[in-house]
Design a protein around this ligand. Sequence first.
Ligand SMILES: NC(=O)c1ccc[n+]([C@@H]2O[C@H](COP(=O)([O-])OP(=O)(O)OC[C@H]3O[C@@H](n4cnc5c(N)ncnc54)[C@H](OP(=O)(O)O)[C@@H]3O)[C@@H](O)[C@H]2O)c1
Length: 382
Amino acid sequence: MTELPDTGLALHSTIRKGDSGGGTVELALVPVPVADPGPEEVVIRVEAAPINPSDLGVLFGPADVTTVRGAEGEHGPAILADIPDGLARLVAGRLGQAIPTGNEGAGVVVAAGSSARAQALMGLVVAVLGGSMYAEYRLAEAKRCLVLPEGTTPAEGASCFVNPLTALGMVETMRLEGHAALVHTAAASNLGQMLQKICTADDVPLVNIVRRAEHEELLRDLGAEHVVNSSSDTFMADLITALAETGATLGFDATGGGKLAGQILTAMEAALSANAPEFNRYGSATLKQVYIYGGLDRSQTVLTRNFGMAWGLGGWLLPHFLQRIGPEASDRLRQRVAAEIKTTFASSYAKTVTLREALDPAAVAVYAKQATGEKYLVTPHG
Ligand SMILES: NC(=O)c1ccc[n+]([C@@H]2O[C@H](COP(=O)([O-])OP(=O)(O)OC[C@H]3O[C@@H](n4cnc5c(N)ncnc54)[C@H](OP(=O)(O)O)[C@@H]3O)[C@@H](O)[C@H]2O)c1
């Protein structure tokens, strides 16, 4: 067993409430004990962990990221950002607590408990989902570690769960709920690119919605047949045509705010009624479903209900989906991700940063934009 240090650095986020219902969030590096593993546990030296939109939610909560500034924490460099008045109540459950951050990542097993399962992982590159990955060391249950195929680096395997399983989950949800094709928004995202590759491989018709011309090109280069641009004057007409051609009645919307989810339902209804044999005053009887699965647009969700009476709008979250399909089916998806981690599920990063560099306000200004191709990878050991 490698000699472990007594402590390792970890990135924690703490929200404190101010007088007017606003407050501040502090991100700081803190030394945390590196515990010896129990019989069924291992210690992972974390080598790479992505900064995904869901991580930004934990890191900054409802803070306005344009107010990020450097500060001095108890144990070294830190940053602060302001939470607008009235919004601290949204995170009442975590006020004053230092929350470990980093949903997923990969590293090398450097210490293992006495059980055969834990011992078998010694020295291997593994990926883990479950928080506390922006840290130099992470204690994990051996059964939660996904062993990456030989020759896979931690950087290649860092984004093994959140986006790959969600993209696969969309296609599985489509099958489970009896739809034949999909619509996806913010489609040039890291996840959107994986979804396009899955749909090409599995022969699933997919309508991609982007908001910039260069992203239409990006997706077509990946093999996309249907890409529509929400900034175009012909957006609704283009969307209706693509929906009529594909028969998509299930949508996944990453924006959540504004009109987009409602526009998809409207366009689905228009596509269905254009093909209907006769007029029905209640609209098409075919269920049109949109799941909001992200919050890229924080404004109100606006619906103009001109899509008949057979429709649904709901939330979709990866852990709920995995619970729904059960451990065996979840494991099947995980094994597909591991096998295709360098192809279908390959992620790319604009930059790698150490834990300290992740606290540079200039770096935050880039990675918190959640823009296409601007994802950062944290490499705790540099
Ligand atoms: N529910 C779940 O279980 C679950 C699991 C995994 C991921 N997600 C969600 O999946 C989404 C994609 O994640 P990712 O890691 O793939 O993201 P990413 O690579 O960081 O890309 C974000 C994308 O969102 C677009 N975008 C940002 N703000 C937007 C807005 N206001 N309106 C329209 N588009 C906007 C960006 O396009 P521009 O370049 O045009 O800005 C970019 O293409 C996120 O919303 C994330 O929260 C949800």
